[in-house]
Ligand binder design. Structure first.
Ligand code: ZN
Length: 240
């Protein structure tokens, strides 16, 4: 049914305004929820990155140990080879040089083995810290994911309510005569949040410009449909 009488049109506009206000507050709520989603997702990313960094350090330490072990093996081979070459020595001088070389390699081997021991000790301590970090990370991730899923549910509810509000608004707008409808739709494009606004303290709440007395009377008497002469929004008087 198309609203033709002023009272009917106004009644529809009041409805639409109420729906628009609800839509605005829903959208604001959804924005705030999305900000929280971003915040939590950033936190998750940071936790994962920190963890990955530590894991990388752990791998590096492990690799260092393997490298040193390979070095020790090489010293051992070299020492064995040198010892094997003893039989082909002809002079005392050559013999002493060989012994010196072998001793030097043995010293280096001992030093490297000490380094390995230190790394192994460090690694053990590191494993302990790493385990702690892992536990802490997992519990944080769990908490954050719980929060995220709560927020995402709220967003879903908000979206479904928004869907209902949009549908409700469409139904109301469909009741307006073509002329009012066209004006409303144009206004909505310009002022998505408040194409319809209230007269308050002699001014239009939309643009804060004062409204001429005669227009105010028309609005208050609900005798004529009025638009703000400055911004064009539909003006209604706030019902007590
Ligand atoms: Zn205005």
């Amino acid at each position: 049914m198309v609203a033709n009488k002023i009272a009917d049109i106004l009644s529809v506009l009041y409805q639409v305004k109420e729906i628009n206000d609800k839509i605005s507050s829903h959208l604001a709520k959804k924005d705030a929820l999305l900000v929280n989603v971003n915040k939590y997702e950033e936190e998750l990313k940071k936790l994962e990155e920190e963890y990955a960094d530590k894991e990388e350090e752990k791998k590096k330490k492990h690799k260092k140990q393997k490298d040193l072990e390979a070095q020790v093996a090489k010293y051992e081979t070299d020492i064995l080879n040198l010892e094997g070459s003893r039989t082909s020595i002809k002079t005392n001088d050559e013999y002493f040089k060989l012994i010196e070389k072998i001793d030097h390699l043995k010293n280096q081997k001992d030093e490297t083995e000490l380094q390995i021991l230190t790394i192994m000790e460090e690694f053990e301590e590191y494993q302990r810290i790493f385990k702690e970090l892992e536990t802490k990370k997992n519990s944080s991730v769990k908490k954050i994911n719980e929060e995220l899923s709560k927020i995402k549910n709220e967003i879903e509810t908000c979206d479904s309510e928004l869907g209902g509000l949009y549908k409700d608004k469409e139904d109301n707008i469909a009741e307006l005569s073509d002329k009012v409808k066209q004006t409303y739709l144009k206004l909505e494009q310009r002022y998505p949040n408040d194409p319809i606004t209230f007269l308050h303290d002699n001014t239009c709440t939309g643009c804060n410009m004062s409204v001429p007395p005669q227009v105010q009377v028309n609005i208050k008497m609900a005798e004529k449909l009025e638009n703000c002469q400055n911004c064009g929004r539909y003006l209604l008087v706030k019902k007590e």
